[in-house]
Design a protein around this ligand. Structure first.
Ligand SMILES: Cc1ncc(COP(=O)(O)O)c(C=O)c1O
Length: 328
């Protein structure tokens, strides 16, 4: 079972707090405006994966959004590792954590000039159990990818490379996806019908042996996307960063998402049609195996172990299971 997060301390502006005492102002621009940049890193075997790359992206987001965190990148790394070290003793050896950064412009004054940072930035860093149960089955079965009616926010409005918490557009799009199939994972298209990204992941297809992923014009420059491309290069799998449309997914040999928590999530159906024969493809499996080798653990195995533990607990205490569903 995923472990209890109640002992994980939360960093806010220089201090560590127990989660119940970790609070920010209701007037913070995070609350008032969704004016927050963010990062999510994960550990493998308790070691942060590509933390420097995540912090590079964070500092680019901060620069472009004109938020001054009041800390150098080296100081941010130091405090991040301090939070992680404080919390890892509560994490079982076969479990891992997210490391999340949320940095807002600080206290906001209603109607005031947003170009002025009115207090020090609100710098938050915390860890949470890496719970993979919702994605676990997809490693072997693949998921159903569905395109919502809503389109990705165009880069003319907001550059997709800024990793931010203004998530209303993506949240509503994902709700449209769940109307079609509650287990489906969304693929947003851009205004021209090109494939953009998932609300929290990038997207790839494999066609005639070539791996393809959209550019970062309408998609975050995912660290996992970069990892998949690096692993493909190491395996001699040709790859292209190229625009493609739904037609190309319908006719692809393989498809998958990439994101920090699950790394690679195969997609075996797209809008109700099977991708190729509807099974997880060979290139997808090779990339996931190479990723597991890179981090020294079985990525899918960790998720499947968590799922098995939850299912065992539910079979031992069926009333909890029923209650959860009626609550929902
Ligand atoms: C909109 C969006 N696209 C893609 C990704 C995947 O990025 P990464 O691989 O760095 O987790 C994320 C991650 O949260 C995201 O929010």
């Amino acid at each position: 079972m995923p472990h209890d997060p109640s002992k994980h301390l939360v960093y806010i502006n220089g201090e560590l707090f127990p989660p119940d005492e970790a609070k920010i102002s209701v007037f913070d621009s995070a609350v008032m405006l969704g004016d927050t940049v963010t990062e999510s890193t994960r550990t493998f075997r308790h070691r942060p994966f590509k933390l420097d790359q995540h912090l590079d992206r964070l500092y680019k987001s901060l620069k472009v959004t004109r938020i001054d965190p009041g800390l150098s990148q080296a100081e941010m790394k130091e405090l991040t590792l301090r939070v992680l070290q404080a919390n890892l003793p509560h994490v079982p050896p076969d479990e891992d954590v997210w490391i999340v950064h949320n940095i807002s412009r600080g206290r906001s004054v209603a109607g005031a000039d947003p170009t002025k940072q009115r207090s020090q930035a609100t710098v938050i860093a915390f860890t949470q159990p890496m719970i993979l149960t919702d994605w676990a089955r997809f490693y072997t079965e693949g998921c159903h990818a569905v395109t919502p009616m809503s389109r990705a926010v165009p880069p003319q409005s907001l550059d997709a490379r800024i990793k931010n918490r203004s998530r209303m557009a993506y949240t509503l799009a994902e709700m449209e996806v769940k109307l079609v199939d509650p287990q489906a994972q969304g693929i947003l298209l851009d205004l021209d019908g090109n494939v953009a990204e998932n609300k929290g992941g990038n997207f790839f297809i494999v066609s005639e042996g070539v791996l393809k992923t959209p550019s970062t014009r309408s998609a975050l420059a995912g660290i996992s996307r970069a990892t998949a491309l690096e692993l493909a290069a190491g395996l001699g799998i040709p790859a292209q960063v190229v625009d493609f449309q739904l037609y190309d997914i319908y006719t692809a040999d393989e498809a998958f998402f990439t994101s920090t928590p699950y790394c690679i999530m195969p997609a075996t159906r797209i809008n109700g049609l099977p991708v190729s024969d509807g099974r997880v493809g060979g290139v997808t499996r090779r990339l996931l195996a190479a990723w597991s080798d890179l981090v020294g653990m079985d990525i899918a195995g960790q998720a499947l172990r968590q799922l098995a533990a939850v299912e065992t607990a539910q079979s031992l205490h069926p009333s909890n299971h029923t209650k959860k569903h009626t609550d929902g």
